[in-house]
Design a binder for this molecule. Structure first.
Ligand SMILES: [Zn+2]
Length: 389
């Protein structure tokens, strides 16, 4: 996992956006202590899995600024975690479902009674490059956070589903952006940061795009289908880098399953195959494979990489900067109408490699969602969504 994060995802997404991790080992006493003390804080659904290894991944705590970013800052450190999910509509090419991957899943879960309501958040809005829709996406996340939106203050989780209230966010942001509407200002800072090519320029001073503040996130009428229109995202901003990785593959889940089954039937060295799928070199096996098989391995690697990219979280961590700051390589965003500047650090987390044996489950799950979806349309005659003829 550490190799994948450091040697594969970090170069692809850019060192500005991925903090390197390292490996460590803990002794038996610490292992037991962590196991026992962490248990009460874990969601019940996860408790059936327990930690098993004393080898650990050491990662910076990205809800705080690293020392490079922290220089000349003061006050509270806030961090917003967003799980953006898939920012483009991959189903469009293969069948006429007018919902993106994430909305299809939500729709199916709602219809089958797994969830009681769905958040209005659609990833296509966040990745649209359209300012009004991006702001709406941030508001949708904020108002209906589920586990896709979290706000941390000095490392403590103060708002997400089941923790805190939206009014807590308004109060905290109200004192930070005093004089402006708190949520509008937060959305402006977040959207500007997400659209800025932070790695590209040596000058690290940016202006918050304050046109976001006055945009009405509810101005456009939401249709029943996901809006697939989009504007090009600025090169090398985090959203563009992430979207490029999500689109890194030209094969569908079903194609990937066929490819995987084929390779598993021809390759005897299963351990070596798993290694290659995790982007680790295995020259012995590579020499045994034909060029065609090597190309197929590469296709599967790219597919699994795109799956990881669809499941990451972004942490946007920020803190106010002193008036007389020293020149620094860390990005600073100036809010002109407040005459305040903020240091902003964006980190991509949850960069785990996805296991190849899960492909069959993904294919099955998507088929189930599609069936549920078409079934729901049949029951709802008023809907304009129809399956492909
Ligand atoms: Zn959608």
């Amino acid at each position: 996992m550490a190799h994948f994060a450091n040697a594969v995802m970090r170069p692809l997404l850019g060192p500005t956006f991925v903090r390197p991790v390292s490996l460590g080992a803990i002794n038996m006493a610490d292992f037991e202590r962590v196991r026992v003390r962490a248990q009460p804080f874990r969601p019940p659904g996860r408790c059936k899995k327990d930690i098993a290894s004393r080898r650990v991944i050491i990662s910076p705590d990205c809800v705080f600024l690293t020392s490079e970013y922290e220089c000349d800052t003061f006050g509270e450190t806030f961090s917003v975690e967003i799980k953006p999910k898939q920012g483009w509509h991959s189903l469009k090419a293969t069948c006429s479902v007018d919902l993106c991957h994430r909305c299809l899943k939500q729709h199916a879960k709602l219809f089958s009674g797994e969830i009681g309501s769905i958040s209005e958040y659609c990833p296509l809005d966040l990745f649209s490059g359209d300012k009004a829709r991006m702001k709406r996406a941030v508001f949708d996340l904020c108002e209906s956070p589920c586990n896709r939106f979290k706000l941390f203050k000095n490392g403590d989780l103060i708002y997400t589903e089941g923790v805190g209230e939206l009014s807590d966010v308004e109060r905290e942001m109200g004192s930070l952006f005093s004089g402006l509407s708190p949520l509008d200002s937060l959305a402006a800072l977040l959207c500007t940061a997400l659209l800025s090519p932070l790695e590209e320029f040596h000058s690290k001073q940016w202006s918050v795009d304050e046109s976001f503040v006055s945009l009405d996130p509810r101005s456009s009428v939401r249709s029943k289908v996901c809006d697939t229109h989009s504007l090009p995202l600025p090169d090398n901003c985090i959203l563009q880098r992430l979207l490029t990785l999500q689109r890194h593959t030209d094969i569908s889940d079903a194609d990937a399953k066929v490819l995987c089954d084929w390779l598993l039937s021809t390759i005897d060295d299963l351990e070596g195959f798993q290694q290659l799928m995790l982007w680790q070199p295995n020259t012995k096996l590579e020499h045994q494979l034909s060029q065609k098989e090597l190309d197929q391995v590469l296709q599967l690697q790219r597919f699994l990489l795109s799956v990881t990219a669809k499941d990451v979280s972004l942490l946007i961590t920020f803190r106010q900067v002193e008036e007389k700051q020293k020149p620094t390589a860390a990005p600073t965003f100036h809010f002109r109408s407040l005459d305040k500047s903020f240091r902003v650090m964006i980190s991509v987390i949850d960069l785990d490699p996805k296991p190849v044996h899960r492909i069959a489950t993904w294919v099955k799950r998507k088929e189930e969602w599609l069936q549920t979806y078409f079934h729901s349309i049949k029951q709802d005659g008023s809907s304009s969504l129809l399956p492909a003829s």
